[in-house]
Design a binder for this molecule. Structure first.
Ligand code: SF4
Length: 188
């Protein structure tokens, strides 16, 4: 992987107008972090704070994710890569449509190839469906290691769902992140 390729991809994403989300965004949120990296997180799409700042997972849900990853894995943002299925904020934080996700799919596909993670953590339904198909359910898919293109994929709740769901869901998210650390140690 050349850093130049990733930089060029980010430039491409920043000027993309391939779906209607281009009309409502403030900033594109391409993704960021270490590349190549053994660990990559994939979320759904930018929220309000992410849209304002052009960076992924920088609102309340990002703060929760950062805390859990630091406490369970001893890692910070410079140790992994993080991106979303769609790079522009859906209005009012609605779920991106299938057409929007498909329009944006080539970017995440290319990011995965360039970052080349051994372990991917899909955060929430949209990210899980991106990898495993629309019929996947987070509650059923979590707790197992899925193999996708010779990479380990773990599915867990989106941190915003954990914030809404309370202590029990936060504990489940924490436990899934800890499990990702164990898989990472095996795959390295
Ligand atoms: Fe392009 Fe993706 Fe943004 Fe749609 S969400 S405009 S496909 S970068």
């Amino acid at each position: 992987m050349s850093q130049a390729e990733l930089t060029s991809l980010v430039r491409q994403i920043e000027t993309c107008r391939a779906c209607p989300l281009a009309d409502s965004r403030t900033n594109v949120v391409p993704g960021e972090g270490k590349a190549p990296a053994a660990l990559m997180f994939v979320g759904e799409g930018p929220g309000q704070t992410e849209d304002e700042l052009g960076r992924p997972f920088v609102g309340r849900s990002g703060a929760l994710l950062d805390t859990l990853v630091r406490e369970e894995l001893g890692l910070s943002r410079q140790d992994f890569y993080i991106a979303n299925t769609v790079k522009c904020r859906p209005p009012h934080n609605r779920t991106p449509t299938q057409a929007e996700v498909e329009a944006c799919r080539p970017f995440l596909t290319r990011q995965l190839a360039l970052v080349d993670p051994a372990v991917i953590v899909a955060l929430g339904q949209t990210a899980a469906a991106w990898f495993l198909g629309a019929d996947v359910r987070v509650t059923l898919a979590r707790g197992r290691v899925h193999e996708v293109d010779a990479r380990a994929l773990l599915v867990t709740y989106h941190p915003s769902a954990a914030l809404r769901g309370g202590a029990m869901v936060v504990a489940q998210l924490r436990s899934d992140i800890a499990r990702a650390g164990l898989v990472l140690a095996e795959r390295r």
